[in-house]
Ligand binder design. Sequence first.
Ligand code: OAD
Length: 243
Amino acid sequence: MTKKRVVVFSGAGLSAESGIPTFRGSDGLWENHRIEDVASPDGWARDPKLVLNFYAMRFEKVQSVQPNAGHRSLADLQEKFDVINITQNIDNLLERAGCNNVWHLHGRIDYQKCERHYDIFGLRDSYFNCDFKSEISKPVQWGDKCPKCGAQLRPDVVWFGESVDMRRGYLEELIETASIFIGVGTSAQVYPAAGLLTLFEETEQKFFIDPNPAYEALLGFEVIKSTATAVLPELVQRLLQAE
Ligand code: OAD
């Protein structure tokens, strides 16, 4: 029998209880930096060393924390369901918890790519485009060169002003085939990712978990105002038992 499909859409709130802070604090800064200085192509052009230092700190942080009960319960869900995780998070906590199908909309901190990768200039066919990407075990340093073309390497994360690979055909397939949709820990303010919540309106069973949800009511959703670790283990048990 084919397993029913569950699509899980997560944001920073899923990893908050592992010790990785969410983005939208009251001061609008990330670790004392303006977002445009550390997460935009312009910031990279102005001061690449500052950007690399910032991501080196974030890399070390991610490697030093552990998946929480929320991540682990999403891995448990795979026992009876075909689970697809779509995440805005650049950490690897879902993978480390055992989730085997994770689509990172905003890239991954534990990967590097060439600074000439088309994402940064939008020049897919350009002479300058280089598609080099690889997994890393230590942060990218100033002076680390692309083995393919010799340009500077950078973290494989999506910055403001860069395009998100929405894989439209695949997304349409997920919208048509999902039986259950779970949104967790996102303020749903950054597009195009934020639009996913309403794209799954036709899905049979829908949940949204966030202690301070941006949407109090979402059409047809069960909105649960609590944290990922308080809700996900119970919800997952409920879904597994009903199956
Ligand atoms: P945000 O920081 O905008 O939102 C985090 C959400 O998590 C908020 O709605 C919180 O209420 C909720 N939250 C906090 N603690 C939680 C917990 N323990 N359990 C569940 N929910 C909790 O983060 P994102 O929505 O992920 O983009 O932000 C989206 C994008 O904005 C990020 O991917 C990043 C950022 O700019 C890029 O870097 C391109």
